[in-house]
Design a protein around this ligand. Structure first.
Ligand code: AGP
Length: 625
């Protein structure tokens, strides 16, 4: 539980994107392009270090483009280099806190993603030895600690790094270059993601595969406590005990086009418009609507444990947590298994009661969210079975899970999760349907009906996307509102929460999601002629109830905007504006009703001139707690 324990005492610092290159190409353009691809991970400062007749380090507060701008006309020729884009949580964004950091003797440069917990004590020891620090980062402390070991032990960089890593606590990916060894890159990982791209006479390192895919599909995912020594023609992996490990080279199933904008103005819009295809990809090879069969090897492997579970715990964060909430309704309805949905950040510290054999479903797009990772590591130690619903292949949570299912939504670059969310709903619905059918808690008629409902979703999504212009006009109308309220009942309640989260993330407008009936217990006090109230009101068992909730808002001059099923004339009459989705069974309707809300938040953010792909203060995967 080392990682978990160290994170508990953590004072957070950074969460970032790292890129490195060694080979025959010009290193700088490879690194710069890679940093731009990783910028969704963090974007408050950036830097590169290059080795060419000495070490050259360049850093700049702000986005990667500002670093690029500041280096116009500089001789950046080099075949080895490291680069970093930062997301600060501790230690303000500034040139001096930006990475790479340089050691006191000026010979070593290092980039780092993670947290060195015991850095203050190390810093004290080093200051007593006369070391000076130019930044207030833990990274610079670790770097000088490595230099000090090198000097005192008269050893090479690799050994100094190994010794140092045995003395620190925390999470890290570090990559170093050394002026005295211009043909070697040293990297190590514990708790943060690291991928190595294997090329002919060259190697690439990055936080994920997106900076690598353009050059090679051969990758090695570095595991915790592993150290990599890279030369143009050599890749050596070792553990901290200095024992060699055979690298496991995997082939990436990612296409370059998947990480380009494809003619869309923003990745978020592209990813919203990809959902008909990504949901189809998610169903493909799993759902056979004619035979009425669902094939999911991960479920089959653990079918007995899953269907006989006393309860299912779902652990996740953010949008993934909302998918978990929808799954709670579906699994309890179809499988009659009690489900509890847990915020991973609370679950990991609450000392929860986990019994041997309990089933934990971990939902995560990135597969790297620290709270979710540590929460399932804790539960796994107590004998729980971890079933991962993940989008990024080979991610840390995927490797920690006993089994699971990938959502196949493709690379999601927009910080606001959209296509991964609908794919999560599709996978969770297929898992529930398969379990229910196996348990016999659903009859064949209903089973086949829901199979067909799932089968029809990709086309219904295309229909919704064709009405995007109408949604843009609604966004234009309400973009200046100060607050929004999102209301839903039953399966649509979590969609109200998700709609509110999307609007907050993208437009910085305050928005709250609530179960519609909960309104009378307080939030209705907010209602006046300036408050847009968005109802997720597709046809379901709660339809009459939600109409009366709308009347309560109208009675207080509130603005009613509703996501409705096609042909719903009653609400069309009542509402100020409607966003229409094709009719569908209430169990699959959340996959449809969320899409107008994704578009609404996108168009409001766009109308306000905001950076919808990289909203302020956010990052795509939260790799520290
Ligand atoms: C959603 O738009 C946000 N990016 C965020 O809430 C996200 O869902 C959360 O950080 C969980 O990420 P994960 O799915 O990668 O674990």
């Amino acid at each position: 539980m080392l990682i978990a324990d160290s994170l508990i005492k953590v004072n957070l610092k950074t969460m970032c994107g790292i890129v490195a290159y060694i080979g025959q190409r010009e290193a700088y353009p490879v690194i710069l392009k890679g940093l731009k691809r990783l910028e969704y991970r963090g974007y408050d400062s950036a830097g590169v270090a290059l080795l060419n007749n000495g070490l050259k380090v360049y850093r700049k507060k702000g986005k990667v483009a500002e670093l690029e701008e500041s280096l116009m006309g500089v001789d950046l020729h080099a075949h080895i280099g490291i680069g970093h884009t930062r997301w600060a949580t501790h230690g303000e964004p500034s040139d001096r806190n930006a990475h790479p950091h340089q050691s006191n003797n000026g010979k070593l440069a290092m980039i780092h993603n993670g947290i060195i917990e015991n850095y203050a004590q190390l810093k004290n020891e080093l200051q007593k030895k006369g070391y000076e620090f130019k930044s207030d980062t833990d990274t610079e402390v670790l770097l000088n600690f490595i230099e000090d070991i090198q000097m005192n032990n008269h050893c090479g960089l690799e050994e100094a790094v190994r010794i140092a890593l045995k003395r620190i606590t925390g999470a890290y990916v570090i990559v170093l270059i050394d002026q005295d060894n211009p043909d070697t890159l040293i990297a190590a990982r514990k708790g943060s993601p690291l991928v190595i791209g294997v090329g002919k006479g060259e190697h690439f390192l990055a936080s994920d595969a997106s900076p690598i895919i353009e050059y090679t599909k051969e990758v090695v995912y570095v595991n915790d406590y592993e150290l990599a020594i890279l030369r143009p023609d050599e890749l050596i992996l070792k553990n901290l005990g200095n024992e060699k490990i055979t690298p496991f080279v995997q082939k990436l199933d990612l296409e370059l086009a998947a990480i380009e904008k494809g003619g869309y103005e923003h990745f978020m819009l592209k990813e919203i418009f990809e959902q008909s295809d990504t949901i189809y990809d998610c169903l493909r090879g799993r759902l056979d609507a004619i035979a009425g069969k669902i094939t999911m090897s991960g479920v089959e492997k653990y079918i007995e444990q899953l269907k006989n579970a006393n309860r299912i715990l779902i652990v996740a964060c953010g949008t993934s947590w909302h998918a978990g909430l929808v799954a709670e309704y579906i699994i309890e309805e179809l499988c009659r298994i009690p489900v509890e949905v847990e915020y991973a950040s609370e679950f990991r510290y609450r000392n929860p009661i986990v019994h041997k054999g309990d089933v934990i479903i971990a939902i995560s797009q990135s597969g790297e969210t620290a709270d979710t990772l540590v929460a399932i590591e804790k539960a796994k130690e107590q004998g729980a079975i971890i079933f991962g619903i993940l989008n990024v292949v080979g991610s840390s949570i995927a490797r920690t899970s006993h089994a699971g299912a990938y959502t196949h939504a493709g690379h999601e670059i927009g910080v606001a999760s959209t296509k991964a969310f609908t794919a999560q709903l599709v996978v969770l619905t297929m898992v529930a349907l398969k379990l229910a059918h196996d348990k016999g808690t659903i009859d064949q008629l209903r089973y086949m009906h829901l199979i067909n409902e799932l089968h029809e979703i990709p086309d219904k999504v295309s229909t919704i996307l064709r009405s995007s212009e109408k949604i843009r006009l609604i966004a234009e109308k309400y973009k200046d509102a100060r607050d929004f309220l999102y209301l839903g009942r039953g399966y649509n309640f979590p969609i109200a929460l998700e709609g509110a989260l999307k609007l907050k993330e993208i437009s910085y407008i305050h928005a709250e999601g609530y179960p519609a009936a909960e309104m009378k217990h307080g939030p209705i006090a907010l209602v006046d002629e300036n408050l847009p109230v968005i109802f997720v009101a597709t046809k379901d068992a709660y339809h009459e109830k939600i109409i009366s909730n709308m009347q309560e808002i109208k009675a207080r001059k509130g603005i009613v905007i509703a996501v409705i099923s096609e042909g719903d004339d009653v609400i069309t009459q009542m509402a100020d504006d409607v966003m229409i989705v094709p009719d569908a069974d209430e169990i699959v309707a959340p996959m449809l009703s969320v899409i107008p809300l994704q578009l609404l938040s996108y168009y409001i953010g766009l109308a306000k001139g905001l950076d919808v792909d990289k909203p302020r203060n956010l990052a795509k995967s939260v790799t520290v707690e």
